[in-house]
Design a protein around this ligand. Structure first.
Ligand code: WT7
Length: 656
């Protein structure tokens, strides 16, 4: 039991003893294979990062590596560079000129390949289009496009002239779009008539029109519309405001010189929804960001010129910014970009694409992996996936069962898995294996990247000894960290720096370290349950549930309980063909109890066909708590499918 004055930490129950040492053949060819890299970086992190920065093209060299006035960091001061020049110009001067930069596959099956030279030409022209419309250095541009090469063209064109982009994911509603345009005060909106998703058109232009209706976005002067899904003649265009992308490109100059940008000039704003209130505009800057996304692409994904790399994230998420566009292109990689859904027209679309393009590196999210598990192994088994050499995971803790499945059924038992922990705020990967060096353990993101000072602390900010759990913090600045929240520095200080009195960056995640110092992420601390005086992570109970052969996915929450404080309630989806009945519910409770201890035994198990998730695939536990406690449902606007919660609520209220 908790003693008065004793500081609170998060208890951790899950144990995992499977270890996968790096393969010696992989290590031999790996970009990073000298274990001394960790000590070297720890001894002098600034020198370590400066070495990576030195691999970029600078127009003016920096004079100060890092200036740290907590909570504000500046990196590579005095230095000037241009992001598009680093992603394009420096490659077109080499043998990469006609190498594929982007291989695009549309959902309907249309394909395009843009070489570095093609992409460079498009970006030069589109940068000229923006300039002709009066966009200046520092102006904001909102991008609301489907997952098509033009999204990358638009982003890179902004960076070329020093405009600050704000990408809004194509499935966000017109309300969300309006809010983000107004917060960033964008002068231009770049959109498309529509995009393809599960065989239907996502009507982006119509949503954009609703957002702008009646002068609701007074800063917008121009709307550029890319024609993707329909005959341009059928799209309503507002005279004087809306113009077609292809028309503007016809009159664009062939060349637009890259603008020299200070290392600390803003690069982009990306809005991420806080649990409540208005979205936070995460601000990233130029030199440090590009340095770290490039360094991690080379080190974590072991990127080589021969690779065909596929990150399945949409460009609307930070993963799409850092690991579809900027990191891989800075490294001169070939990037596969796919527009649509993984189960369209069939549940093997991803595996078909890997086979078709000979993908070597594949980076996706645990929520997708659990869906693949649920759909069955026959889908990947029907394709030749032998080109794959490295797998990655991001977005949530990956439960050990999903990790094992990924390794066996996608990686054929031969590919290292990099479970990469990071956030929109961190800009780049911070905790991760290095595939040529790190022995991996299913479910652990392993160790901080070289040069990253991560720790696990208790409520008072004291480091928790190995074996214990607590709050994940970062004790030193890193190059790709957010600089502030757009227009709200006070909120920046409050959200990330106030919990530990400005001493550490508070990530908001719980974590434990095992005896070897490996990090195990335990989910958001808001999700931690307090059951009879014990801090239990929802993620651990979910992981134990999914470890049962019939369980496909689980979401666990704490609901108010008179005696225990909180009781554990689990919402469970079962694998295809498994019976969801009271026998299974009893068995699952026993299973959790055996794996984690009786304290973690769920009081309720409710079977459901689907779990409520955000559009980025994260389970919305807050809504499940509302259901379990019989409250009116809170904000459901960020849900991918709002119908799921209302039917769950009915089901929960009518059980027994
Ligand atoms: C939150 C950040 C990072 C880009 C995509 C999500 C969770 C992310 C992992 C991981 C455990 C993870 C954390 C984090 N998360 N990756 N490998 N293991 N948890 O970006 O939307 O800003 O979310 O995602 O809770 O704080 P985001």
């Amino acid at each position: 039991m908790e003693q008065a004055g004793e500081s609170k930490a998060i208890e951790a129950h899950l144990t995992e003893d499977r270890v996968f040492p790096p393969d010696s053949a992989f290590t031999a060819q790996a970009n990073i294979n000298d274990p001394a890299v960790y000590e070297r970086a720890a001894a002098d992190p600034q020198a370590f990062w400066a070495e990576w920065a030195g691999q970029l093209d600078w127009m003016t060299p920096w004079n100060t590596v890092c200036e740290w006035n907590p909570p504000h960091a500046k990196w590579f001061l005095g230095g000037q560079l241009n992001v598009s020049a680093n992603c394009l110009d420096r490659h077109v001067r080499t043998a990469r000129r006609n190498k594929a930069a982007i291989i695009f596959e549309g959902e309907p099956g249309d394909t395009r390949v843009l070489t570095y030279y093609d992409l460079w030409r498009e970006v030069n022209q589109f940068a000229g289009v923006l300039k002709n419309l009066g966009v200046n250095k520092g102006d904001r541009v909102t991008i609301y496009l489907p997952m098509i090469p033009e999204a990358a063209v638009a982003m890179l064109a902004c960076t070329r002239i020093g405009a600050v982009h704000s990408v809004v994911f194509g499935v966000f509603s017109s309300d969300s779009l309006r809010e983000r345009i107004n917060d960033s005060q964008s002068r231009v909106l770049i959109t498309a008539d529509g995009g393809w998703r599960r065989g239907s058109v996502v009507p982006l232009k119509a949503a954009a029109d609703t957002a702008l209706d009646g002068g609701a976005c007074p800063t917008i002067e121009h709307v550029i519309v890319y024609s993707r899904t329909s005959d341009p003649g059928t799209v309503s265009m507002q005279e004087g405001r809306d113009q077609w992308w292809h028309r503007l490109m016809e009159n664009a100059p062939a060349r637009t010189e890259p603008e020299p940008m200070d290392a600390e000039d803003p690069l982009y704003i990306l809005y991420t929804s806080g649990s409540t209130g208005k979205p936070k505009g995460i601000l990233h800057t130029t030199g440090g960001y590009l340095t770290q996304v490039h360094a991690t692409v080379k080190s974590v994904f072991d990127m080589k010129d021969e690779d065909v790399y596929w990150c399945t994230a949409d460009v609307g998420w930070v993963t799409g910014h850092s690991y579809v566009v900027y990191g891989p292109l800075a490294a001169g990689a070939t990037v596969l970009m796919y527009e649509g859904a993984p189960d369209w027209p069939q549940r093997d679309r991803f595996w078909e694409l890997i086979e078709k393009y000979g993908v070597t590196i594949f980076y996706t999210a645990p929520t997708a992996i659990r869906a693949f598990m649920k759909w069955g192994t026959e889908h990947p088994a029907g394709h030749d996936l032998s080109s794959l050499r490295l797998l990655g995971s991001v977005g949530e803790p990956i439960n050990p069962e999903a990790w094992m499945w990924y390794q066996e059924h996608i990686g054929g038992g031969r590919c290292p898995i990099v479970d990469t922990w990071w956030q929109t705020e961190t800009g780049a990967i911070l905790i991760t294996p290095l595939p040529g060096l790190t022995a991996t353990k299913p479910g652990s993101a392993t160790r901080p990247f070289p040069g990253i000072a991560a720790d696990v602390v208790d409520e008072n900010g004291n480091s928790v000894p190995l074996g214990g759990g607590g709050f994940l913090v970062l004790k030193e600045p890193w190059p790709s960290m957010l600089r502030t929240l757009w227009g709200d520095d006070e909120r920046y200080r409050n959200v990330y720096w106030s919990k530990f009195d400005g001493k550490f960056y508070f990530a908001g995640d719980g974590a434990k370290r095992d005896d070897e110092g490996y990090f195990w992420l335990l989910g958001r601390v808001d999700d931690v349950m307090l059951v009879a005086g014990h801090n239990i992570s929802t993620m651990e109970v979910e992981s134990a549930l999914v470890d049962h052969p019939s369980c496909a996915e689980a979401a666990v929450i704490g609901r108010t309980h008179e005696i225990k404080g909180q009781a554990i309630a689990a919402f469970v989806t079962v694998k295809e063909g498994m019976g969801a009945n009271s026998d299974l519910a009893r068995e699952l409770k026993e299973h959790v109890s055996r794996k984690l201890g009786a304290i973690c035994r769920p009081d309720d198990i409710l079977f459901t066909a689907e779990l409520p998730k955000t559009r980025s695939g994260k389970i919305m536990r807050r809504l499940l708590r509302d259901i379990a406690e019989g409250r009116a449902l809170g904000d459901t606007t960020t849900l991918a499918d709002p119908n799921i919660v209302s039917s769950l609520k009915d089901k929960y209220e009518n059980q027994e």
